[in-house]
Design a protein around this ligand. Structure first.
Ligand code: AHG
Ligand code: MN
Ligand code: MN
Length: 356
């Protein structure tokens, strides 16, 4: 019988790797795990608790998307679990236009939490897996309060990142820079138990995940890459199976465990969509950090997502993530076929951040 290791125990063991750590970091991961347990409970009874469907005040988030009640519940839950702990100097959420300050009555700390509280919102009402994505940066600015400069750091500097997938079981997967580890929630005891230690992307990919409904908008290189994955173009490779759930966390999780590539490319058809739909600070950086830690790779089509210097809190980014050989092949197809997109996106990518 494998030893029962709770996420709390695992985080403490990981903390021993950093003798100088004050424990604040470990505490923060507990807080996120606890938020996940509470959100998990709500997702399993969303249909009953009347929190199904669009929020009744028809609120929209900064992207102009209808906010689902569970989005708001999850966002508020994560804030309430973290605003008073004295471990954070600011919180950034996909659901908030600007950086959220720590209320003045609470102490501030030396980390910034960035999160997508409810990923896959369009799947809430149809009982398909959804998730939460989080990333933790260290404070680098002077002064007490967190600033945009603390939030807009490249993914290479992340202290930790992870996600929760609310599916047939609830799993929390995280890395603090020492490998990727997965924990499965045992609802009968309310503990996340270590179930997947040191996850590595399998060498052979099984799946590709992309919304081919938008293929007509894709650049020539991305369309040819897709035909290559299907064994239609190129040296007649064995085709990959296609799986696309529409919840990034669930698609990423399956590809992490079974091998595969997820991509959401930018395009040139709809003005301003050169960077596509994925959110750099709330989705892509965290998953790129995990992919890197698990032996995979995440690219925006030009280079490593972890090397991007963000210029905006709600910056979009094209994302190709999973088996390194497949992601590198995508970059090659793009470089060889899409010079116009490469120029337009590079100009967007290199914009200077505004920290004021
Ligand atoms: P969110 O619910 O946080 O807005 O994220 C939804 C994202 C991601 O989860 C998913 O991969 C993608 O949107 C699906 O987009 P399309 O419906 O355009 O394929
Ligand atoms: Mn999302
Ligand atoms: Mn979301």
């Amino acid at each position: 019988m494998a030893p029962l290791i709770t996420i709390e125990r695992h985080i403490l063991d990981q903390q021993r790797l950093y003798p100088q750590s004050t424990g604040a970091f470990s505490q923060m991961l507990y807080d996120i795990a606890l938020s996940a347990k509470i959100i998990a409970r709500e997702t399993t009874r969303a249909g009953l608790a009347g929190i199904l469907g669009a929020s009744d005040d028809q609120s929209m988030n900064v992207y102009g998307e209808q906010q689902q009640k569970l989005d708001i519940f999850a966002d508020q839950m994560i804030f309430k679990m973290n605003d008073h702990t004295g471990r954070l100097c600011a919180i950034a959420s996909e659901e908030s236009d600007t950086l959220v300050q720590i209320p003045p009555q609470f102490p501030v700390g030396k980390y910034v939490l960035l999160h997508d509280p409810l990923d896959g919102s369009s799947n809430i009402d149809v009982n398909v897996s959804i998730g939460t994505i989080f990333a933790i940066h260290r404070k680098i600015s002077k002064g007490e309060q967190g600033t945009l400069e603390d939030a807009l750091q490249p993914g290479r500097r992340l202290a930790a990142a992870g996600y929760v997938v609310y599916g047939s079981s609830t799993m929390m997967v995280y890395s603090a820079g020492n490998g990727v580890h997965g924990f499965t929630l045992d609802p009968s005891v309310g503990e996340f138990l270590l179930s997947h230690e040191n996850i590595r992307v399998p060498n052979r990919a099984k799946y590709y995940s992309a919304n081919q409904g938008y293929e007509k908008y894709w650049t020539r290189g991305v369309r040819r890459f897709t035909k290559w994955l299907q064994g239609i173009e190129g040296e007649g490779r064995e085709p990959l199976a296609h799986r696309y759930i529409g919840s990034l966390v669930a698609d990423f999780h399956r590809n992490l465990l079974r091998g595969g590539i997820f991509y959401y490319p930018g395009d040139m058809q709809k003005q301003g969509d050169v960077a596509g739909k994925m959110r750099l600070m709330f989705e892509a950086q965290a998953l790129a950090f995990l992919a890197d830690q698990a032996g995979g790779y995440a690219s925006d089509g030009i280079g490593n997502i972890l090397d991007i210097q963000p210029h905006d809190l709600h910056q979009r980014v094209p994302m190709f993530i999973g088996n390194r050989d497949l992601v590198v092949t995508a970059e090659t197809f793009i470089r060889d076929n899409d010079p116009e997109w490469v120029d337009a996106y590079t100009a967007f990518r290199e914009k200077k951040p505004k920290f004021d």
